[in-house]
Design a binder for this molecule. Structure first.
Ligand SMILES: NC(=O)c1ccc[n+]([C@@H]2O[C@H](COP(=O)([O-])OP(=O)(O)OC[C@H]3O[C@@H](n4cnc5c(N)ncnc54)[C@H](O)[C@@H]3O)[C@@H](O)[C@H]2O)c1
Length: 332
């Protein structure tokens, strides 16, 4: 490629600075041209790592006609407006998951024309992991048999008394939806990717609040039924003082796979023996690097369609919202 693509990064919070910014700086085909965040301290922190102009408002960055695209690492209650603004400004956008906190909030995205939707890639970063691709191959080739029992246990954001700012940030996120709305974006997308479609039914769902005073239930889960008899038991949890393991496992008549939720290390155990598979470098680096590569290729036309696209992001949102609704009903 003769010219680098010019990208802006909007949202200089936790994932913006820890994963998106390094991935953008690592990619030789990216020229980072602007940083955006309304909070001055976040802009100052980012500018220590990249000396490019930093703005409080995305509109200011978009005035630079050279910008080809924007990476949005913004909270999901802000993201839909920004996605629409960037796409309507004729630029490409890579938007963090979840793309909104509800289907109602996502309506402006559903109403984008097909042409504008082709500019929107959704930041379901772990979809790019080779571990998930391999697990999908094992499932599709019936290495484990079928139907399957899938158990997804996704526990994150431990409450740490020494880090009250983190707890406050996660509690404010909880006010915008149960953990399934935020973490489910990834996990329900993995299930769709691995199992090749949506569940036929959400059999049941549950939620509970482990402490009075939390802005919403911090543990929740659901049982999903698929047309071939496969069952997914999904659990999501935040903000407890200790956390269970974070993992996804898949069990069939012929074998079992354990996917470590933090590293994506795979262990396949069948009658033929045990196989351990690990990929390099670490999960975040490899997934965010691959994600940026896809985004660059979308912009240059080397890759034809956004992957994952808005339909993928909206499908995960619709299912997670349905689970959250049923879970809330179960609480009476
Ligand atoms: N892909 C992943 O693995 C992963 C991991 C963590 C978080 N996330 C997602 O990324 C998003 C951000 O999460 P986070 O943990 O970094 O949150 P965060 O609160 O740490 O960061 C969000 C940042 O966006 C900024 N912001 C708010 N409004 C803005 C606007 N209009 N323009 C520009 N910036 C704006 C905030 O000031 C803040 O600095 C969430 O949707 C979250 O679910 C994804």
């Amino acid at each position: 490629m003769s010219e680098r693509v010019a990208l802006a990064l909007a949202g200089l919070g936790d994932i913006g600075l820890s994963a998106h910014l390094p991935a953008l700086l690592r990619n030789p085909d990216v020229q980072l041209t602007a940083l955006v965040d309304p909070v001055p301290a976040r802009r100052d922190l980012a500018r220590l790592r990249a000396s490019v102009p930093a703005y409080a408002e995305l509109a200011e960055a978009l005035e630079d006609r050279a910008i080809d695209g924007v990476v949005l690492a913004t909270p999901p209650w802000v993201t839909p407006h920004l996605v629409e603004r960037v796409a309507r400004a004729g630029r490409f956008v890579l938007a963090e998951k979840p793309v909104a906190t509800s289907a109602r909030e996502a309506a402006r995205l559903m109403n984008l024309s097909a042409t504008l939707r082709k500019r929107v890639q959704v930041g379901l970063a772990y979809r790019h992991d080779p571990a998930l691709e391999l697990l999908r191959e094992w499932i599709a080739s019936r290495r484990l048999g079928a139907p399957l029992l899938v158990r997804a246990h996704v526990y994150d954001e431990r409450r740490d008394a020494a880090d009250p700012a983190h707890a406050a940030r996660i509690e404010s996120t909880l006010a915008h939806g149960m953990p399934v709305v935020h973490e489910g974006a990834h996990v329900l997308d993995w299930c769709r990717f691995l199992l090749g479609g949506e569940p036929e039914r959400v059999e049941d769902a549950w939620a509970l609040r482990t402490r009075p005073g939390l802005s919403g239930p911090n543990l929740c889960g659901a049982r999903l039924a698929y047309s071939d008899g496969t069952v997914v038991l999904a659990e999501f949890g935040w903000l407890t003082g200790a956390l269970p393991r974070c993992e996804l496992d898949v069990l069939g008549d012929r074998g079992h796979v354990l996917l470590d939720g933090r590293t994506f290390r795979l262990r396949l155990d069948t009658v033929d023996g045990v196989e351990d598979v690990d990929f390099e470098p670490d999960r975040v680096t490899r997934c965010f690097d691959r994600q940026v590569r896809r985004f660059v290729d979308l912009i240059t036309g080397e890759w034809p369609v956004p992957t994952p696209d808005l339909a993928d992001g909206l499908a995960a949102l619709e299912l997670s919202e349905r689970i959250a609704w049923l879970a809330r009903e179960s609480m009476g």
